[in-house]
Write a protein that binds this ligand. Sequence first.
Ligand code: NAP
Length: 255
Amino acid sequence: MATALVTGGTSGIGAAFARALAARGDDLVLVARDAARLEQVATELRSRYGVTVETLTADLAVRADVDRVAERLTDRDRPVDLLVNNAGFGLRGPLTAEDLSAFEHGFDVMVHAVMVLAAAAARAMTTRGHGAIVNVGSTAGYVTMGGYSALKAFVGVYTESLANELRGTGVTATLLAPGWVRTEFHERADIGTGSIPGFLWLQADDLVAACLRDVAAGKVISIPSKRYKALIFAARHAPRPLVRRASAALSSSRH
Ligand SMILES: NC(=O)c1ccc[n+]([C@@H]2O[C@H](COP(=O)([O-])OP(=O)(O)OC[C@H]3O[C@@H](n4cnc5c(N)ncnc54)[C@H](OP(=O)(O)O)[C@@H]3O)[C@@H](O)[C@H]2O)c1
């Protein structure tokens, strides 16, 4: 019997991970800020799939809360076999703003918490000789679309480095780099989606199923769908001035 801890497991991609993992019989630890919603999601999953679902109310921008989640990951009596570092949100606004608190908040949740939780999980998992870590980055990490891109680029390089460090331990690290997915993400961040063509939207359940197959295969990078594999290939191989120009055009079309 395996146990998975999913941050941001109450909505969007995280909720899709929770459903898929419960459907295959994994017990869950779900982490998010909204306690009532956590309990509601946990109750649904318990009754539908018959698995054990713990809830941990935590704000991953608060360091003491991150430490509490890390303690749960390193609890020897209740081992966690899979960590999904998924919690996150969209960011917009100029990098030159006087008030950078939104980016700092993004840094705390999408960089600091990811690093602390992955390190805690990796220490516990390597002691047992098995386990898997999924860090949710983004296609945005391969282009230059502001603070969000910069944070997600960190998640990408960090995860590949972690995978190197973990080689031979029985523990894997996988970067999930989704493109646009219909979740609460865009509405929460007040990001316009009107200019995004329909064929670029992904379904959370599909990309989670593909990611879990990639994790089982020990893949370090999971890019959902052929179209995003092609787009990321282009972003990685095109001349950088072209990538910057395309990123700037795309950013301005969405404001
Ligand atoms: N949707 C996309 O197009 C897209 C594309 C690429 C990558 N991603 C990435 O996918 C991940 C999940 O996003 P999503 O689209 O599924 O968004 P979502 O539907 O808005 O879900 C976000 C989840 O994260 C939790 N969360 C947010 N801030 C938190 C905090 N400070 N502490 C703890 N939990 C927090 C939320 O719960 P509470 O509000 O209750 O805390 C919620 O469960 C993010 O890392 C995002 O950057 C999304």
